[in-house]
Design a protein around this ligand. Structure first.
Ligand code: GDG
Length: 485
């Protein structure tokens, strides 16, 4: 495995920071989101460079802040500069209107505009240039996610001999969906230029292998288990399933802290003996928020005994706010929340408490601790870290995790979670009612099994597994894991 002296260059769409201007002054803070939560502790531990966009146009003048942040964070930040039209056509266009919906099975939401594709190639080249300019010719390059599938190929075309791996954080779609992508051959070939391609689950990897069978039948595979090999024009490309995880111990520490305990007490007092059903999502159509509200509404209609005894705490974190489709989704959700509260509220009880904002980490952990149930019901999700974080923070083991079958996390947490089909609102209603009646011992056992699994398979193991697959000589060196189909 590479040591930190050999260097690790992480490449992702965004740098793990947020730059913002208030009263004419630029400020910087650590970013939120799945990838950041996943990689920041790893780079802090090992040292290295993170290449990415600052997330703000015209932030060139704030770049000195990146240096200050790097010193505190313990790794370097290398910014990629994007122009306004790049942000429009590459980020909002290709990434958010082509790949995101297609890979989450929302193909009717795709806009396959050729100018988006051209912008994607141009911007991927900017990221490849940034990798080259960061030096470290021996470093291992680890590229993240669907925005940057071509960086590995472009690096090679520029003469880079650095080894490179790619990890897809979102699902890889079934082949019939993938075939609709106008640039399907070029994307697949670009992915095969990496030395290692990683997916969240076996299901995603199987979808990828099927796309290869259909589009590149001359490519043969060998091996079994979490990592297999493809023979591509005389080269070996490894392909694996590596379910991402969380920094379990850090979540437990935060959950145990005095500050969080105090917040939990105030939340409990505010809940007045009612059970909190918690839902935390980024505003996104893949997260299935309207279906969840419909399922909850169904539960309240069918089971009046739930009235005044439960509260759905729906926390929605602002995301892609400039995009009309997201604005429309927000309006739909707010209308539904209003409708449910209008139908069922009584003096002193609103069935849905709705917050549209980002929480501080301690506050989020306090909600995790206080909730009797977390409802994580995406229609499709690469992994879903909220599900794992909820378990880690459930110190009292008195919480139930209700989890969509279509979240990558279901493969690992099926031994303890109540699995639901998020499209089946009547099934969801029934599952809510039944799981609130589980005997305490059953709840404890389910939660214990999930917590054990997450503790053993934490974010540090995820990184180790990916890098082991990148550097081990033989596939037999690779341990079998608890990933299931
Ligand atoms: C992509 C894939 C995959 C959320 N609200 C707040 C907050 N969060 C943090 C959570 C969690 C993260 O954001 C969300 O992670 P998810 O995994 O749920 O989802 P995506 O952002 O869509 O991430 C996903 C992930 O990549 C990793 O591979 O699991 O499938 O779509 O960590 O804690 N954090 C704070 N306040 C909030 O209000 N501080």
């Amino acid at each position: 495995m590479p040591s930190s002296s050999q260097g690790l260059i992480v490449v992702s769409n965004r740098l793990p920071v947020v730059l913002s201007k208030a009263d004419g002054e630029w400020g910087i803070k650590a970013g939120a989101g799945g990838l950041v939560s996943a990689m920041a502790p790893v780079l802090r531990d090992r040292g290295g460079t993170w290449v990415g966009w600052t997330g703000t146009e015209g932030a060139h003048e704030a770049e000195s802040l990146l240096g200050d942040f790097s010193r505190d964070a313990g790794y370097s930040l290398c910014p990629v500069r994007l122009e306004k039209e790049d942000v429009a056509d590459f980020y909002y266009g290709f990434a958010n209107e082509v790949i995101w919906p297609l890979f989450h099975d929302f193909q009717s939401l795709c806009n396959f505009y050729p100018r988006y594709w051209r912008s994607y190639l141009k911007v991927n080249k900017l990221y490849a240039d940034a990798v080259i300019s960061s030096g470290q010719p021996d470093a291992y390059v680890w590229v993240h996610d669907y925005h940057l599938m071509h960086v590995g190929q472009l690096l090679k075309e520029m003469g880079s001999t650095r080894r490179a791996g790619f990890f897809l954080h979102i699902p890889f779609p079934p082949v019939d969906n993938y075939l609709k992508l106008p640039w399907r051959d070029r994307v697949l070939s670009a992915l095969l230029e990496y030395d290692l391609v990683g997916f969240q689950t076996y299901r995603d990897r199987r979808n990828f292998m099927q796309a290869i069978n259909v589009l590149l039948p001359h490519v043969k595979s060998q091996g079994r288990g979490p990592v297999v090999e493809l023979l591509v024009d005389g080269r070996v490309v490894r392909v694996g399933a590596f379910p991402i995880s969380i920094d379990y111990r850090s979540f437990v520490r935060t959950a145990r802290s005095a500050g969080v305990s105090e917040m939990v007490s105030s939340l409990n007092a505010a809940m007045q003996q009612r059970k909190m059903l918690l839902a935390v999502d980024r505003l996104d159509y893949s997260k299935g928020i309207p279906y969840r509200l419909e399922g909850y509404k169904e539960a309240l209609s069918r089971y009046p005994e739930l009235h005044e005894n439960v509260t759905l705490m729906q926390i929605m974190v602002p995301s892609r706010q400039e995009v009309p489709r997201y604005q429309a989704l927000k309006q739909d959700i707010e209308r539904m929340v209003g409708e449910i509260n209008g139908l069922f509220s009584k003096p002193g009880w609103n069935p849905v408490e709705y917050q549209y904002r980002s929480l501080g980490r301690e506050e989020l952990v306090a909600y995790y601790r206080a909730a009797a149930m977390a409802i994580v019901s995406p229609l499709r999700d690469g992994m879903n870290l909220v599900a794992k974080e909820y378990c880690a923070c459930n110190l009292g083991k008195r919480g139930v995790l209700m989890l969509s079958e279509f979240a990558g996390a279901a493969a690992q947490l099926q031994n303890g979670a109540v699995l639901i089909n998020p499209f089946d609102t009547e099934g969801m209603a029934q599952a809510i009612k039944e799981s609130l009646e589980f005997p305490q011992e059953q709840v404890r056992k389910r939660m214990e099994r999930m917590r054990d699994g997450i503790r053993k398979n934490d974010i540090f193991r995820w990184v180790d597994m990916f890098l082991l697959a990148a550097f081990s000589r033989h596939l037999n060196d690779f341990p079998t894991s608890n990933v299931r189909d």
